[in-house]
Design a protein around this ligand. Structure first.
Ligand SMILES: NC(=O)c1ccc[n+]([C@@H]2O[C@H](COP(=O)([O-])OP(=O)(O)OC[C@H]3O[C@@H](n4cnc5c(N)ncnc54)[C@H](OP(=O)(O)O)[C@@H]3O)[C@@H](O)[C@H]2O)c1
Length: 336
C-alpha cells in the first residue's frame, strides 16, 4: 500500500531525522546533552569540593583547637574558689602546671583550706571579694608581684551568687546585691586585670545563665553584654573573651541557696500578701525546689569546657552546657 509521500518519507527516514527541526529549536533554547552533562558534573563537583573543604577546615581547626596551651610559666586568676566550679577548676589548672591565683571570699574557710591541701605550692590563695575595690586592687598588686615569667594567661570571672523570687517579691536591694557580685564584680575584676592579660594575648571568661530568676537573670544578661563588647574590643589585641553558660548544675555546686516559702512569705508587705496568697508562694517554692533537684550532679562538663576555654588555641565564644533540646530552644530564641 502506497503511503502518502509525506508520511512515507517520514516512515522511510530514521526517526531522529524526522524530529530534526524541533530538535534544533530545542537546542536553541536548551544546552546540548554534553553541556548538560558538563553542568551536572560541575554541580556535582561543587558540593563534593565544598564538603571536602569543610572537612579540611574542620581538620585544620580541630588540629589548631587540639593544640593545648601549656600551663608552665603562665598564671591564671580564678574568682570564687571557695566552692563549686571555681574550686574544681583551680585544682585542674594546678595539675596542668599553671600558677593558679585562687580568689576566695574566706581564705581561712574550709573550701580554701581544702584547696591548699589538694594542690601544689604553685597555687596561691588570695582574699578576694569581687564587690570590693580595695580587694581587687590588692589582688592585682599581689598577682603582679608574683607573676611567673610568661605572665597572666587567663582571668576566670567565676564568683557568683544566686537567689530566686518573683520580681514582685524582690526589692531593688535584692537586684543591687545580685548585680554587685555577678555583674559589677566581673566588670571590676576584668578592668583591673585587662592590662596583664593583654600582655600575654590571653583570655577573659564570664559566666552566666538564665534560670528565669529575675535579679539573677538581669545580672547575667548584663554580663553577657559586657563580655560581647569586650570580645570585640579585645580582638585587635589578640585577647579572647568567652562565655561559659551552664544550664542547671545546681546539684553539683553550692550556688543554690535554699529558702523556705515561709521566709519569702514573711518578707512580703501586706499589699503583696493580698495579691499572692500563701499557697501560691508554696507552689512556686515547690516548683523551684523540684527544678533544683533536677539539676546535674556532675560538674565535669562545665570544668572541661572551662579547661578548653583556657587551654585551647581557639576557645569558643560561648560554651553552652545544656541538654540538646535546650540548645534548640536557645537558638530559636536568638533568631526570633
Ligand atoms: N551551678 C549552676 O547550676 C550554675 C549555672 C549557671 C551559672 N553558674 C555560675 O557559675 C559560677 C560559679 O558558681 P557555682 O555553681 O560553682 O556556685 P558556688 O559553689 O556557690 O560558687 C560560687 C563561688 O563564688 C563565691 N562568691 C560569692 N560571692 C562572692 C564575692 N562577693 N566575691 C568573691 N567570691 C564570691 C562563693 O563563695 P561562698 O561559697 O563563700 O559563698 C563561691 O565560692 C557563678 O557565677 C554562677 O552564677 C552556675
Amino acid at each position: 500500500m502506497k503511503l502518502p509521500r509525506t508520511v512515507m518519507n517520514e516512515t522511510a527516514q530514521p526517526r531522529y531525522s524526522s524530529r530534526r527541526p524541533s530538535h534544533r529549536v530545542f537546542h536553541r533554547y536548551f544546552p546540548s546533552m554534553s553541556t548538560v552533562l558538563l553542568i551536572a558534573q560541575i554541580i556535582g563537583i561543587i558540593p563534593i569540593s565544598a564538603t571536602l573543604l569543610f572537612i579540611l577546615a574542620k581538620l585544620v581547626s580541630h588540629h589548631c583547637c587540639s593544640r593545648e596551651q601549656d600551663g608552665s610559666g603562665y598564671a591564671v586568676l580564678i574568682t570564687g574558689c571557695d566552692s563549686g566550679f571555681g574550686h574544681l577548676l583551680a585544682q585542674r589548672l594546678d595539675q596542668k602546671g599553671f600558677v593558679v591565683f585562687a580568689g576566695c571570699l574566706s581564705p581561712e574557710g574550709a573550701g580554701a583550706q581544702s584547696l591548699v591541701r589538694q594542690t601544689s605550692t604553685n597555687l596561691k590563695i588570695l582574699k578576694l571579694d569581687v564587690t570590693s575595690d580595695e580587694d581587687v586592687r590588692r589582688t592585682k598588686k599581689m598577682v603582679q608581684d608574683n607573676l611567673p615569667e610568661k605572665g597572666l594567661w587567663a582571668v576566670m570571672n567565676n564568683a557568683g551568687i544566686s537567689d530566686w523570687a518573683e520580681i514582685e517579691w524582690s526589692t531593688v536591694q535584692d537586684f543591687r546585691s545580685m548585680i554587685d557580685v555577678n555583674l559589677l564584680g566581673s566588670i571590676r575584676t576584668s578592668i583591673a586585670f585587662l592590662p596583664l592579660v593583654r600582655a600575654t594575648n590571653g583570655n577573659i571568661f564570664a559566666f552566666f545563665n538564665c534560670l528565669n530568676m529575675g535579679a539573677y537573670s538581669v545580672s547575667k544578661r548584663g554580663l553577657e553584654a559586657f563580655a560581647d563588647c569586650l570580645r570585640v574590643e579585645m580582638a585587635s589585641f589578640g585577647v579572647k573573651v568567652s562565655i561559659i553558660q551552664p544550664g542547671n548544675f545546681g546539684q553539683a555546686t553550692n550556688i543554690l541557696k535554699m529558702k523556705s516559702s515561709l521566709t519569702i512569705w514573711e518578707k512580703l508587705d501586706e499589699e503583696r500578701k493580698q495579691i499572692f496568697n500563701q499557697s501560691y508562694v508554696e507552689v512556686a517554692s515547690e516548683y523551684f525546689m523540684s527544678m533544683c533537684k533536677a539539676g546535674c550532679e556532675d560538674a565535669d562538663p562545665v570544668i572541661n569546657a572551662m579547661l578548653h576555654a583556657v587551654t585551647s588555641a581557639q576557645p569558643k565564644y560561648r560554651y553552652l552546657l545544656v541538654p540538646a533540646m535546650d540548645v534548640f530552644f536557645f537558638k530559636i530564641k536568638i533568631l526570633t
